[in-house]
Design a protein. Sequence first.
Length: 281
Amino acid sequence: MRIGTIDDRPALISEHGYCDIATASGGGFPADPIGLLDRWAEFRAWVAEPAPRLDWAPYADGQVGPPVPRPRQVFALAVNYKDHAAEATAELPEYPIVFTKFPTCITGPYDDVLLPSNRADWEVELVVVIGHRAHRVPQAQAWQHVAGLTVGQDISERRVQFRKPGPHLAMAKSFPTFGPTGPWLVTPDEFANPDDLRLTCAINGEPMQDSRTSLLIFGVPALIESISAMVPLLPGDLIFTGTPAGVGSTRDPRRYLAPGDVITSEIEGIGVMRNACVEAR
């Protein structure tokens, strides 16, 4: 199942277009993405019932927002691929290195990325969307708490990130529009193996990153276990799981995002995001 946000309302997505969930349910489910995720088990049961007549409508890219526009909590991982650790000359972590992105940075899969400086960098990532409250959840039960997966970009202002005494991860990665997500939330049952998905990033069509989520140092179950051991995860919370090698700040010469650049981010089985870069004013 694919869930999207069309005109800021949750919708089922198919090859036929979109179907507004609140309308199709006769108001049985709210026209708010977090409200829907708060009732995720009930919603999944409704979808599994003999399907009511669904009215499908076409949509344009400009109508598509982030699957979870206003998450309550956004977590992210640093140094969670071995190849990224190597390119950054960082030691492999013994446990997940978790930081936060402030929810105001979240934006949609086709929205512009506003560049505050000439040191903004790209980081394609698999993003986990929580569907059921998770507190002290063991790895074996972790996937049961996941509503779905989506594509993300953890845009990073490197000058702020590495400002001494640093690192300043939360602030460097939370500028407005620094968290594109989308285009859809895809439920785990849609994947042959949700722990092994190809993810890529290109800038102006030039490949920059190409890896698989099976190469994560700490996979989705381990991350949910680690974070939920300390902080309750709530429906709609996002976990940016980390980026593989290929970011701009480790290249020789270094390369950063510039106005006019287009970031194309893709994860197999989920979809493609295209975000144009513009100067913040």
